[in-house]
Design a binder for this molecule. Structure first.
Ligand code: FES
Ligand SMILES: [Fe+2]
Length: 447
């Protein structure tokens, strides 16, 4: 079927293809509803159709979020006790994560095995069982069906057939693993273990950030009118931070000349962006930003207390943006610790679900610092509100330009590699490489 459609396009759109060949010096076919082709082997071009097309979106749900990946479910700290549960998603599949009576983590599709209703509607809670409101089917904390009203009918009438077997109608289980209290789920029961999936660099930074028990401080949610992958592009592009974010530039908080870099995993779909030293240093900022229009030297914060910090780590890292393909970003920005769960809701909308946390043994002053600094990031954060708007602008710009491509060449073409500076788009190309592999999309080789 795939080959057939591709052939049909070659014949019917031949005139179009020759024009494209002239421009990119590669042989390619136009992206169609059922086929996407990356026109360069180093992923310096990304077809805009991947951000817009409904069939691409459906394929992502099957091959990424319900395929051979580990998807973020939550933090163990959110469900510390037996019976604690939270509702979450893997892609757009609703999921319940709970601890059973023995305290073991378990996850299920949040879909009643009777006629498909969402079973758990609350964000979180504690329960002995999960009961569907529609016809009251009841499931235990292992997801097993334990109760069916009128199973034997009423006054000799109705009821289920004699061979109705409750053990065949439990909630669909999801494989669960936790690394340092960060819980992930997978639909693939044969997937590699989570610690191998995360690989060396993510484990190193997770070991640091989750070196002692954490406590949840709160949540924020935002709907962004754009494709979920544009957000991954955003967090894998360190050089926009000093340009897009006016607060950064104005107060010299983040400078692309700072020491930092990006490291990738073995598949290059995950990344850790870090920079050293984020303190406000007015003199240094004046030097770094002297030619930049945005840096307004006369501006100063009326209340600079948001910049007060008590470093959690001894490595001097001010920002640590850790992204785990394909569902979550974990951040340390000064004292602000958070997970950002990416929850797709169709090709052109996703929810960002922020979970802010500190350490269980934080004193009150440190908790207040973390809460105040939470104003840096989130839906209206001083240094992140522009990200949602940038994503929206891209989505609007490309909607009718699905046969065009983005240009990803900052820091060169060719090899995808770790970098030791902050002026680069190379980590984005690693994301697209992993994406194309798992989506089984074709990549054309230059001729
Ligand atoms: S749909 Fe859940 S009990 Fe009927
Ligand atoms: Fe940003």
């Amino acid at each position: 079927m795939f080959k057939f459609i591709q052939t049909w396009f070659w014949v019917s759109l031949g005139w179009n293809i020759s024009a494209v060949v002239l421009i990119h010096e590669v042989v390619m076919v136009a992206s169609t509803a059922s086929s996407v082709v990356f026109p360069t082997a180093d992923f310096t071009r990304v077809p805009y159709s991947v951000f817009v097309d409904q069939e691409v979106y459906e394929r992502e749900q099957q091959r990424l979020f319900r395929g051979s990946t580990w998807c973020y479910l939550g933090l163990e700290a959110e469900i510390p006790n037996p019976g604690d549960f939270k509702t979450t998603v893997m892609g757009d599949t609703p999921v319940v994560l709970n601890r059973d009576r023995q305290g073991e983590l378990r996850a299920f599709v949040n879909r009643c095995s009777h006629r498909g209703a969402i079973v758990r509607r609350e964000a979180c809670g504690n329960a002995k069982e999960h009961r569907c409101i529609y016809h009251q089917w009841c499931f235990n904390l292992k997801g097993e069906l334990t109760g069916v009203p009128y199973q034997n009918g009423m006054q000799g009438k109705g009821g289920y057939p004699d061979d109705f077997d409750k053990s065949q109608h439990g909630l669909t289980p999801i494989r669960v693993e936790s690394y340092k209290g960060i819980v992930f789920g997978s639909f693939d029961w044969d997937i590699e273990p989570l610690d191998s999936y995360l690989d060396t660099h993510l484990r190193y930074h997770f070991d640091k950030v989750f070196h002692k028990p954490v406590k949840v401080l709160g949540y924020m949610r935002q709907l962004i009118p754009g494709n979920w992958k544009l957000y991954f592009e955003n967090v894998k592009d360190p050089y926009h931070a000093g340009l897009l974010h006016l607060f950064h530039a104005t107060f010299g908080l983040y400078r692309s000349t700072q020491k930092g870099g990006v490291v990738l995993d073995k598949h290059q779909g995950h990344s850790i962006i870090y920079n050293i030293g984020g303190n406000y240093d007015k003199k240094e900022a004046e030097v770094q930003y002297k030619d930049q229009q945005k840096y307004e030297q006369s501006y100063k914060l009326v209340d600079p207390s948001i910049l007060k910090q008590r470093p959690d780590f001894d490595d001097g890292v001010a920002n640590r943006i850790m992204s785990v393909f394909p569902s979550v970003v974990v951040q340390q920005i000064l004292n602000t610790l958070a997970t950002r769960h990416i929850r797709p809701k169709g090709p052109d909308e996703f929810e960002l679900y922020w979970t802010y946390f500190g350490y269980a043994d934080d004193d009150e002053e440190l908790t207040q610092i973390r809460l105040k600094q939470a104003n840096f990031v989130g839906p209206s954060g001083f240094i992140s509100m522009e990200d949602g708007e940038a994503v929206r602008l891209v989505q609007e710009g490309i909607r009718r330009e699905q046969d065009q491509y983005s240009v990803i060449e900052m820091d060169g073409r060719g090899e995808i590699r770790d970098i030791d500076h902050l002026v680069s788009e190379v980590p984005m190309r690693g994301f697209w490489k992993r994406y194309a592999e798992l989506m089984n999309y074709d990549v054309e080789v230059a001729q």
